[in-house]
Design a protein around this ligand. Structure first.
Ligand code: NAP
Length: 392
C-alpha cells in the first residue's frame, strides 16, 4: 500500500503515519502546512518523492529541504499533491483548505480516506459529482462514520430506520449549567479523545456532532431526520443503525482514532462511488489495541442537551435548509473557534455568532463558485461580528 498523506503534521496525519509504520506501508507524497520541524522528521523517515508545504513557508522549505533531501520535489500545492498516483490519498487537512484537494483527488480517480469532514458538510453534491466524473472513491475517517460504514455493510439502505451517532458530550456534559464563563483551557480538556484544537472546541460545543450529523447524511444518502445523536460518555460505542424490522446493529471499539484510520484506508480502494454505496472491506491486522473481553462497567446513553449546546440544533437547521447554509455555518464556526481561543469572544458567543451569520445568509444554489462566495461572505461577516462584540 502506497499512501499520500495530506495534513501529515496534524493529529490525524501523525496517527496515519503511526498506522503506516505498523502495517509496513510506504508514503510517496506528504503535504503539511507550516510545521517544517515535524515535516523534516517525517521526510527523513518516509523519503517521499514529493512534499507540499503551505505557500507562506515555501521559500524556507525549499532552502532547507533541497539541501537535506536533494532527490525530493518540493511544491506549495496540496491540490496537486492530491492528484499524484497513490493507492489511497488520506486527506487529514483541517477545514475549508481541504476541499479543493478532495475534489482534485476524486476527479483524478483516487481512493480517498477522508478525515476533512468540511468537504461532505459543505459540498456533498459537488464532491459526489467529482467522484462520478473521475472514478474516485471515498471512505470517511471518523470513528462514528466508519462505525456506520461497518453497520451498513451488507445491508439495504431502504431497510434503515435511523442512524445513531454517539457523542462523548465533551468536557461540559455534566455542567456547569451556565457555560458563559468557561475558558479555552477548560474547553480544550476533552474527556475521551486527543485531537486538534479546532475539533476539540467543536466537541465542547457539540458543533462537531452537528457537523458529523450533516456529514453522515451526505455520506450515506439519508435525510437528516434519520440521523440521531445520543450522548455516551464512555466513548466505546461509536455508531448504531436501527433497522425497520426493529433490530439494532452497533459498532464498538476503543477510543483510538488509529482504528478508524486503518479501517478507512483498508476500505478505500473499494470505497463508495456514490452516497450509501457501502462495500465489504477487507480488514487488516490490529492497530493500537482492542476492547478487552468480556466487556465490563456501566455504559450510559442520554439525550443531548440542546439548550446548553445550541450548536447541534444550528447544524440540523443548516443541513435541512441545504444550499449555501452548511457552508455559511462551517465558515462562521471556523472564525468563532479561533476567536474564542484568542479570548475575543466567550464560549456561548460561538452559537450566537453562528446563528447571526445563518440568519443573514442569502439563499442560493450550490456550485463551486457560489460555495466560495458564500464562504468568503460568511467568513468576513463573522469577523465583523467578532470585532463588533456581536453588536453590529
Ligand atoms: N483529530 C481527530 O481525532 C479527528 C477525528 C475525526 C475527524 N477529524 C477531522 O480531520 C481533519 C483534521 O483534523 P486534525 O484534528 O488532525 O487537525 P490538525 O491537528 O489541526 O491538523 C491539520 C493539518 O492540516 C495541515 N495543513 C494546514 N494547511 C495546509 C496546507 N496548505 N497544505 C497541507 N496541509 C495543511 C496542518 O499542517 P501544519 O500543522 O504543518 O500547519 C496539519 O497537518 C478535520 O477536518 C477534523 O474535523 C479529526
Amino acid at each position: 500500500m502506497n499512501l499520500t498523506v495530506l495534513g501529515s503534521t496534524g493529529s490525524i496525519g501523525t496517527q496515519t503515519l503511526d498506522v503506516a509504520r505498523e502495517r509496513g506501508w510506504t508514503v510517496g507524497v506528504l503535504a503539511a502546512g507550516r510545521n517544517l520541524e515535524l515535516l523534516a522528521q517525517q521526510v527523513a523517515e518516509w523519503q517521499p518523492a514529493v512534499v507540499s508545504v503551505d505557500n507562506s513557508v515555501y521559500a524556507q522549505a525549499l532552502a532547507r529541504f533541497s539541501v537535506q533531501f536533494p532527490d525530493i520535489k518540493i511544491i506549495a500545492d496540496p491540490t496537486e499533491a492530491a492528484t499524484l498516483p497513490a493507492n489511497v490519498v488520506v486527506n487529514a487537512m483541517s477545514g475549508l483548505p481541504g476541499l479543493a484537494p478532495t475534489r482534485a483527488a476524486l476527479e483524478a480517480g483516487r481512493a480517498v480516506a477522508l478525515a476533512t469532514k468540511e468537504a461532505m458538510v459543505t459540498a456533498a453534491d459537488l464532491i459526489w459529482a467529482a467522484a462520478a466524473r473521475g472514478g474516485g472513491r471515498v471512505v470517511p475517517i471518523d470513528s462514528e462514520h466508519t462505525g456506520v460504514y461497518q453497520c451498513l455493510t451488507g445491508e439495504a439502505l431502504s431497510d434503515v430506520a435511523e442512524v445513531i451517532l454517539t457523542a462523548s458530550g465533551g468536557p461540559f456534559r455534566d455542567g456547569p449549567d451556565d457555560l458563559s464563563g468557561v475558558t479555552p483551557q477548560q474547553a480544550l480538556k476533552h474527556p475521551s479523545w486527543s485531537m486538534g484544537q479546532k475539533i476539540t472546541i467543536d466537541s465542547a460545543t457539540l458543533m462537531n456532532k452537528g457537523l458529523e450529523v450533516m456529514e453522515c447524511a451526505s455520506l450515506y444518502g439519508l435525510p437528516l431526520s434519520q440521523v440521531g445523536v445520543v450522548v455516551h460518555p464512555q466513548s466505546l460505542m461509536h455508531a448504531a443503525v436501527r433497522f425497520r424490522d426493529g433490530s439494532l446493529k452497533a459498532q464498538f471499539g476503543p477510543a483510538d482514532m488509529r482504528l478508524a484510520i486503518a479501517y478507512a484506508i483498508d476500505a478505500a480502494p473499494d470505497g463508495m462511488t456514490r452516497p450509501g454505496d457501502v462495500r465489504a472491506a477487507r480488514r487488516g491486522t490490529e492497530v493500537g489495541g482492542h476492547l478487552g473481553w468480556p466487556l465490563r462497567g456501566t455504559w450510559e446513553f442520554r439525550e443531548p442537551d440542546h439548550a446548553r449546546f445550541p450548536c447541534l440544533g444550528l447544524a440540523y437547521r443548516a443541513g435541512e435548509a441545504g444550499g449555501l447554509l452548511p457552508a455559511a455555518l462551517n465558515a462562521a464556526d471556523e472564525v468563532a473557534v479561533p476567536a474564542f481561543l484568542a479570548g475575543q469572544i466567550g464560549f456561548t458567543d460561538i452559537p450566537r455568532l453562528i446563528e447571526r451569520v445563518l440568519d443573514e445568509t442569502p439563499a442560493g444554489v450550490l456550485t463551486w463558485d457560489t460555495l466560495e462566495q458564500a464562504q468568503t461572505w460568511a467568513t468576513a461577516r463573522a469577523h465583523e461580528l467578532v470585532k463588533g462584540g456581536l453588536n453590529r
